[in-house]
Ligand binder design. Structure first.
Ligand SMILES: Nc1ncnc2c1ncn2[C@@H]1O[C@H](COP(=O)(O)OP(=O)(O)OP(=O)(O)O)[C@@H](O)[C@H]1O
Ligand SMILES: [Mg+2]
Length: 384
């Protein structure tokens, strides 16, 4: 009898124990969820414009803190075996951002300068992860009124044409670099938010984003892309066109860095220095603005054609709003002289270049980071 009572008691005790345990687990889970939610309120969210040419990072309450080329320099990969394998330190990148860009095409042969994003797509996951981890380390040091106990939530702009694999790659890279949560939003939508367009309305607007590695043309209405198309033609292709133009016309070989300077017009009197293809010796020529326009005209023509093809497929109901609101150009590549004029002439729709066009996407990220309720008005990129 006593044994039975003892047995009953022990089973009751284990039952009570297990229910206590379950209760404790549930309570702890609830507490950690609440803490994460509280973390959400106080978290120092960040916005990232992950461009093929430039990476910009916005921190809540601080503004844009990083604006650097999307580049890194690292020791060249070799097939190391056995004892000759290098220590991990040797494989670490040697420069990031501006420092890496300065080394571009001037690097010693043991080093390679890479752009982990090409034409809007991640082409070097390892490179992008170390670049992002480096920037995250930097932004942790930026003073902020929000305690950095929790990892930040990240709003990141992505091209509208990327596939699921690319989306997952970006998400996992940012999580590995130090993000708590990653929210993907189309860059063109962020640009519209950054330009303060009332995007939740049914009125359409055409956003043309000419970056360094890709051009996107999208019609935006009710916080999402109605129709969008992208091509590889952008700033870098224009630089290549200038390199080819100078080679054909003057028999002079120049690098893409020089071509970019000529395009932007920062080179003194547009004096272009390079290597003479005939003699193999240094030579300099003077290039006029008209020549730069001539060299770029074919590429600019492709962008105009893309705008026309998107308008061609736009639902007629949106045409009236588009005629009223016009076409807006964003991205630094759209600062090419006469691009807005060319689009306006071909489409007969008022076309304007945004103020500081290269900042539109990151300003959109900033607006969302400062006021998370905006996320309800825009269509987020789903991960399938
Ligand atoms: N004043 C200028 N005139 C013409 N082109 C310019 C000017 N300033 C910068 N660019 C070009 O803009 C390009 C970079 O634009 P941006 O920073 O918007 O690209 P990104 O966002 O990094 O790339 P993407 O959006 O294609 O992924 C470069 O090719 C650069 O040469
Ligand atoms: Mg861009």
């Amino acid at each position: 009898m006593v044994e039975v009572i003892l047995f009953m008691n022990s089973s009751i005790v284990t039952k009570i124990d297990s229910s206590c345990y379950n209760f404790r687990v549930r309570w702890l889970r609830k507490l950690s969820n609440n803490l994460i939610n509280v973390g959400g309120v106080f978290s120092w969210d960040i916005g990232i414009d992950l461009g093929s040419t430039n990476t910009l990072i916005y921190i809540k309450d601080r503004g844009v803190v990083i604006d650097e080329p999307t580049m890194l320099a690292r020791p060249k990969k070799k097939r190391w075996t056995g004892l000759s394998a290098p220590k991990s330190d040797l494989k670490r990148p040697v420069a990031y951002g501006y420092k890496a860009k300065l080394m571009w095409n001037r690097e010693p042969r043991q080093i390679e300068v890479v752009s982990p994003i090409k034409n809007g797509l991640v082409v070097d996951m390892e490179g992008l992860e170390s670049l992002m981890a480096y920037y995250f380390k930097l932004i942790y040091d930026v003073p902020s009124k929000y305690p950095k106990i929790f990892k930040p939530r990240v709003i990141v702009g992505v091209p509208s044409f990327i596939n699921q694999v690319q989306k997952r790659a970006i998400k996992s890279i940012l999580i590995a670099a130090g993000a708590r949560e990653v929210i993907l939003v189309e860059e063109v939508v962020l640009a519209a938010v950054g330009l303060n367009f009332p995007i939740d309305e049914q009125n359409g607007i055409v956003v043309v984003d000419v970056g360094g590695g890709k051009t996107e043309v999208s019609v935006i209405s009710m916080g999402g892309v109605v129709i969008g198309k992208g091509i590889k033609t952008a700033g870098s292709e224009i630089d290549n066109a200038i390199v080819n133009y100078v080679k054909m016309k003057y028999g002079l070989l120049i690098g893409p860095n020089t071509a970019e300077k000529v395009k932007i017009g920062v080179e003194n009197n547009d004096l272009v220095r390079g290597r003479d293809l005939e003699t193999g010796l240094p030579k300099s020529i003077k290039m006029t603005r008209e020549e730069v326009q001539e060299a770029a005209s074919l590429e600019l023509g492709k962008i105009v054609k893309l705008v026309k093809s998107v308008l061609d497929e736009t639902p007629p109901e949106l045409m009236e709003d588009i005629l009223k609101r016009g076409v807006v150009l964003v991205g630094n590549g759209s600062r090419m002289k006469d691009l807005a004029k060319m689009i306006e002439m071909e489409t007969k729709i008022c076309t304007v270049l945004a103020d500081e066009p290269g900042m539109a996407v990151i300003r959109g990220c900033g607006r969302v980071v400062e006021d998370v309720s905006l996320l309800r008005q825009i269509k987020l990129v789903s991960l399938g």
